[in-house]
Write a new protein. Sequence first.
Length: 508
Amino acid sequence: MAALKAGTSIFSQQLLRYVREIRNAQLRGLSGETLACALDGFERGDFRQAAAFWQPMALRDDTISIVKPKREKTVARRDWQVLQVDDSSEAKEQKAVLTQFWGNVKAVNAYDMNHRGGIALLIRQMMEAVSYKYASHHLVWSPAREQLGCTFEYVPLQFFENRTGLLRFLPTGLEYEGNALAEGEWMVTVSDGLMVAASIGYLAKRNALADLLAFSDKFGMPGMLGRTKHGKDTDAGRAMAEAVEAFGQDWAAVLYGDDGMVKDPIQLIRAEGGTGSLPMPAIMERVDRRFTALWRGADLGTLSAKDSAGASLQDGETDIIEQDDALTISEKLNEIERIVLGFHFGPKAAANPKAYIRIIVPQSEDLKLLLQVVQTLVGMGVPMAVADIQERFGLAQPKAGADLLQDPGAKPAPQDLGSLMNQRANADAEEERFLAGASRLLAKAATEDRADLVAQMKDVLRAPDATRLNALASFIEHLPESIGQDSAQVSAWETLLASALVNGWALR
């Protein structure tokens, strides 16, 4: 076994308390100028101000706080598997060691020690790099005679700087230059850094929301206008002023010496501030849509808006993002595996590993065609690794002692497997057609009607077989007035749901 020293936690209790006490709520000082300075500093390698802005933004914005965790958890919830490059005894031994290592790994947030978990938490922490560009873990090794353990301590972005092109650690987060990261003691994951763009949108959205709230505060309640042909200092004028003040409105005025006939001596004054005349709602909606596109791809499953019929619902873009995330995480974990294999088997195994971890993400492709290709190649005698096929289909290796679907010696007929794959592909295609059609129809509906339409549509698809036709008729009968007056839209809704019911595609 190669020598490997036991590690200690990166932060002491005293240091954590000190760092927490000196932190300020800097998001209150956010402005266009301060944000520009923070982003410029980030490009130069000074992360302190950008991190002080980005972390509370991600927690407080009502859209980022949804789409960011979704992106991170999508990969973390996937199965992982240790694969072999060949069927040698060395590969099997390395696989056993790595399976044990990753199955017992520990993850903790060094800044908030209450947040602890296993490999799923570790992957979520690594996925923070998607938002912040860098996600750094301090490795606390626990070497033992029979096995090697490790605790991955996630250290927030503000404790690093990148002025030299290599991350360096700032022990208190206040130093100008940090300490070099010792080899074998740190893992740094690098990804997109979406908060650079998102923070600009956050500023625009926050300012638009503040303006909308100010408008609502001042003009939300109608004002009072009193009109009288008498003068201000006359008895009639003073009586009018007292009458207007009696309504208790802050927004009130009296017009004295009004010429002509006063038909309505006291009038309600309303500010015309509908969604068509105020720019703030449109700005906020655009920013929210961009947030969704940044983290999740062009996906209307989270946000539905008009003029977006060309966008996709559960589209291939999300699959591409997930596959890339899974590969990024897997490759970074493979670097750590070299240390583990070197500890157990020596430098030769570390330099040329024969087992490696992979996060399994099923490929979005024609499964029937892929299965036929595999069967053809096997029939031609082309050597193919079982692990590669399982990874391609997104299938994990069964655990020892697990119940199998059938006896391993009984090979299923190829046409039976092909039929099953074809059924799955057809079901997926039917679902995609339904979701695409629903997306187009929802895009034509009024914004305020979309939530009700989705809920009622789910009721139809979940209805028991005996009452589904009645549920469909009720849905059509109670369509919003704006849709019910358009016979083409009514027919489109009826055709969409009827087709889903006839083809057996329903929600469970």
